[in-house]
Every structure is written in C-alpha cells, then in structure tokens.
Design a protein around this ligand. Structure first.
Ligand code: HOZ
Length: 428
C-alpha cells in the first residue's frame, strides 16, 4: 500500500469522503487521492515521493507556479509580524488599491475569505441596491456552495451528479432562476417574464466549472445590455478568470464591464482569500457605510494580504507575462488538437488564455448540455493513465486545465508526448 493509500484509509475514518472538498476524492475517475507533500514550480510531490507535472495549480491561484520566491518571502515576513489581528492593516489598503488599479470596473473592494463568500456577498449587495430578490444564473456555472447558488451548479456538484444539493431549503433557491449559458434568448425570456424583479445576472464570463466554455461573441455584451435595460446588476464571477486571462481578467479580455465582480484564490497567491467589488455607489451600500451586512474576522488577513499583494504586484509589473503565458498555453492546447487529429479522435479542445479543457465528445461544447455529452468513463481512463505517467490533472471532466508561468515549452512538450500515448491507449 502506498503512503497516499494508507493516508486515504485513515482519512476516511475522520473526514467525510476522506477529503475537505469533494472533487479531490478522485471518485469520479475510479481512483484514490494523491496526498501532496510539497510543490515547486510546475511540479507537485506526493507523500510517496512521486513527481507530477501539475495542471491544477490549486484550482487557479498558482499562475506564477508553486513556491515563487517573491510571494513566499512576503508571506513569511508577514507571518513573523503576526498571523491575525482582526483589525485594520496597511496591507489591506495596499491590496484594495492594487485591485482597483488593475480592474477599472472595481472602484471599491471588500476582502473576504473565499470565492463562495465573495459571490454570496456580491449578490446580497445587488439585492440591497436594487431592492429586488430574483437572480439569474446559468446551468453549469459554479459560484461556490452558498445555498441560493447550488442550482444546476457545475464543478464538484456536476461531477457527483448532484447539481442541486440536499439540505438546501426550497425557500433559499426560489429566487434563483436558471438560464442556458451562451443562450441570450433564454435570458431575454426570463427578463420579459419578470424583469422588474431581477436583482442580478451572475455569470462566469468564461464558464470554467463545466470544463471550459468560452462565451460566444455577443453573449456577455447581451447580458450587459439586458441588465442595463432592466435595472439589474451584472455580476461577474471572476474567481477563476480574474488576474488570469489578463491583469483585468475576463472583463478586460472581452471588454465588458460588470457592475460587481467576485474574485477568489488567485488574489491571495495561494492563501485563502476572496473579494468582491465594483461601482462605488453600489459598494457604498456595504456595512458600515450602508445597510448591507457582511463581516469576517479573517477577512483581509495580514498573511493572505502579503502573499496576494506580492503576486498581484508581480503580475501588474509584467503585463508581458500574460502575453507569454497565453501564447504558450495556446500552443499547448493547439498541440492537443493536433494529437486528436493525428489519432483520428473526434474530441473537443476548448480554451481561453491559460485555461483549457479536453472533452471526450464529438459535439462542440458550448453549454451545460453539450458539456454533459462528454464520455466521462473515457475521461476517467485517460486521467488515470496520465496520472500514472506523472501528469496531475483535475480528476474530473468538468474542471479546467490550468497552465502556469512555470510550465516551460519543454514541460508542455513532454506533457503532449505523454498525452498522445495515453489517448492512443484509451482509444484502443
Ligand atoms: N471548487 C473547486 C473546483 N472548481 C474545487 C476546489 C478544491 O477541491 O480544492
């Protein structure tokens, strides 16, 4: 028995499913989790000393690669000054100025501890601002695990086949309306029906929790127009795309400005962080300025702020890094396409910037329904093969491949070679 297997057996006794977040259980690919001991650059190392090229990157934040010196040093020196004060710090001001400076639609920002909290709070603000209750979300988009948003959710909920969770009172979801991603008409239909009651449209500008589904041209622009026409707020969930597609996230990439944006993960350089922000007149509703209550002892935690500031400062100072990363990732994803062509496999590769997904379906993937057409059994086999060869992929068809700055051409090339072998093996 490997150390990972032994740890998993132990974990099963005391942690539900042996893990602290469902996707990590590897259940959907018929495997057991690798217990990770350390990480450096593009690599993860498990408790058995196995090395893996990491395409999860802690589900997004490790855009610079693991163990970046400038991030570690700032975090360690912040640790020495104190782990938590539950009081205002200069670092919070610096972080807020950085975020507002990098993302033009964000004039004020509030730090929280996770993406879940960020989206949940942004929606509360939207409801407080508009005085309305209903929200529109999209099937297959995942916005964390708050009650009102676990409706046709992507990510782990989709993998586990339970996109609506037990334990969520129907009262909590009665104001959550679902539309189809990339289908503006489905949104227009809802607005026509009850436009005066809609507080917000919340969307992942690139859906990255049902694999990776880019918005079709006009979709985000259409949402913007509908929200403006009906007096609803447009909320972008940029937990995955923020500071990843570019310094100004998906909203800069697609040139569509939301009213509110939720951030997560990447904003803390790997520490537990989230944030939400947007137009000043809207954010001024947040307590103690306004009547929308939201609070947290660990919000703006000094260690998290230090790591996040270091990462964002580096990204801000090097806009060319995004060009480099996106270019490299594009060649990688095109390389996957070339392998599929060579092997005569009809599968689909979707990508935007350094986010991508290989779907085991012959159908173009543009929404939840088409994403679900992927053969998850085949994905499971492929994923296990890759893992055995030292490539660490998210153990779910419905998560993204994350490429980081630490993935050199050589590493990406080596991955493609192994991928060709695995896809060849799976096709037989
Ligand atoms: N919600 C994350 C994927 N989109 C999974 C987080 C985790 O398991 O760490």
């Amino acid at each position: 028995m490997t150390k990972s297997e032994a740890l998993y057996q132990e974990a099963l006794q005391v942690i539900p499913g042996g893990v602290n977040s469902p996707v990590r259980a590897f259940g959907s690919i018929g495997a057991t989790p690798k217990f990770i001991r350390s990480a450096q650059g593009a690599y993860l190392y498990d408790e058995d000393g196995m090395q893996y090229i990491d395409y999860v990157g802690s589900w997004g934040p490790m855009i610079l690669g693991h163990g970046r010196q400038e991030v570690l040093e700032q975090a360690i020196s912040a640790c020495r000054r104190g782990l938590s004060f539950g009081a205002a710090t200069a670092a919070e001001v610096e972080m807020a100025e950085l975020v507002c400076g990098m993302v033009p639609s964000v004039e004020m920002v509030r730090m929280v501890n996770s993406g879940t909290e960020a989206v949940m709070s942004a929606i509360r603000v939207a409801r407080g601002y508009t005085g309305r209750n209903k929200i529109i979300k999209f099937s297959g988009c995942y916005h964390g695990h708050s009650d009102g948003l676990l409706v046709k959710a992507g990510s782990g909920a989709m993998t586990a086949g339970v996109p609506d969770s037990l334990g969520v009172p129907s009262g909590c979801t009665q104001d959550t309306l679902s539309a189809a991603y990339n289908d503006l008409e489905s949104v227009e239909g809802i607005f026509r029906m009850c436009g005066e009651e809609i507080a917000a449209v919340v969307v992942e500008p690139v859906a990255a929790n049902m694999g990776v589904v880019p918005p079709v041209p006009g979709f985000l622009e259409g949402l913007r127009s509908l929200c403006s026409a009906y007096g609803a707020l447009l909320v972008f969930d940029e937990v995955i795309t923020g500071f990843r597609l570019g310094a100004d996230g998906a909203q800069g990439y697609y040139h569509v400005a939301p009213d509110l944006t939720a951030f997560g993960k990447i904003i803390g350089g790997g520490m537990p962080v989230g944030a939400y922000g947007g137009r000043r007149e809207v954010m001024e509703l947040v307590a103690p300025l306004g009547g929308v209550y939201q609070a947290g002892t660990l919000s703006g935690n000094p260690v998290a702020m230090a790591a996040g500031i270091a990462q964002l400062t580096a990204l801000k100072a090097h806009p060319e890094w995004y060009q480099q990363l996106n270019g490299q990732a594009e060649r990688f994803f095109q390389g996957i396409g070339a392998i599929l062509q060579k092997l005569g496999l009809p599968y689909q590769v979707n990508y935007v910037g350094s986010l991508g997904c290989l779907y085991f379906t012959g159908q173009a993937v543009t929404d939840y329904e088409s994403a679900k057409s992927s053969d998850t059994g085949l994905f499971a086999r492929y994923c296990r093969e890759m893992m055995e060869r030292g490539i660490y992929l998210a153990p779910s068809q419905f998560e993204a491949i994350f490429v980081s700055m630490a993935h050199t051409e050589e590493i990406l090339g080596r991955t493609l070679e192994l991928m060709e072998k695995c896809l060849g093996a799976c096709g037989q």
